[in-house]
Design a protein around this ligand. Structure first.
Ligand SMILES: N[C@@H](CCC(=O)N[C@@H](CS)C(=O)NCC(=O)O)C(=O)O
Length: 246
């Protein structure tokens, strides 16, 4: 049996879900409660973040390690090219987009004006547990702001970083949303970039669709990003390459 320990709205968890779905691997999800998840994640994999994958007797933490594990143990439908130079490029891009995922998250948290819709999306999968779920909301709001460094200066820097990330996508695809980042096929670089930028573009069927806690000014900025080739690229990758099994 395969279990993905996750938060549904985590874009790093989405990257792993996409990879598992791409390989056609069945898995169940165990949605851990934010904050309390650390008790389990430390015990399972000695880390404080999700995703963590349990595959039979193997436990792998961190979306990059999981990706490498999946490529090694399930070689069908590879997301790493056989060509050594292309493979190195994919791994390098994957690392860059993982780093950029931090900025996407911080910037988005920095835009939230109404937390209700965001908290609802974050917590709706958990049972109310004697009202504990709702009692935890203010603690969580404070917690994510501290944990992810959501201060005005850092949010502004993250905006610059995420714009650079979108420019990187555009340069790799030469402005053409139909192209892949490396070579002619979907690779780990594409699913990393598309999943980690997806919360900005809220593709249909993702946990972010319909979630909006930001104001009109942020929406104008997001609409502009949508119109860019990189925004169109993320949506296109979702429409064409994101097969869902779960
Ligand atoms: N480098 C890690 C990052 C994962 C990550 O940042 N996960 C966040 C959710 S988006 C998390 O678990 N945060 C909870 C915490 O730090 O307590 C990966 O690729 O798996």
């Amino acid at each position: 049996m395969r279990t993905l320990y996750q938060f549904p709205i985590s874009h790093y968890c989405e990257k792993t879900r996409w990879h598992l779905d791409h390989k056609g691997l069945d898995f169940q999800v165990d949605n851990l409660f934010p904050g309390l998840h650390r008790l389990k994640s430390k015990r399972l994999a000695g880390i404080v973040t999700l995703p963590i994958l349990k595959d039979g007797d193997s436990v792998i933490g961190d979306s990059t390690q999981i990706a490498l594990y999946l490529e090694q143990h399930y070689p069908d439908k590879p997301l790493l090219p056989a060509d050594a130079a292309q493979r190195a490029e994919v791994l390098e891009l994957e690392e860059q987009f993982d780093r950029l995922g931090v900025h996407v998250r911080r910037w988005l948290y920095g835009q939230i004006k109404q937390w209700d819709s965001v908290m609802h999306a974050m917590l709706k999968v958990y049972r109310p547990m004697l009202g504990l779920r709702d009692l935890m909301k203010p603690v969580l709001i404070n917690g994510v702001q501290k944990l992810y460094g959501v201060t005005p200066q850092r949010v502004a820097k993250s905006q610059a970083e995420l714009l650079e990330g979108l420019a990187l996508i555009e340069s790799r695809i030469h402005g053409d949303p139909s192209r892949y980042l490396v070579g002619e096929q979907l690779t780990l670089a594409d699913i990393s970039a598309a999943a980690l930028f997806a919360p900005l573009f809220t593709p249909a069927g993702t946990p972010w669709a319909g979630v909006a806690g930001h104001d009109a000014q942020t929406q104008i900025f997001l609409d502009e990003l949508h119109a860019h080739p990189a925004g169109q690229w993320v949506l296109r990758r979702y429409a064409e390459d994101r097969q869902r099994r779960n």
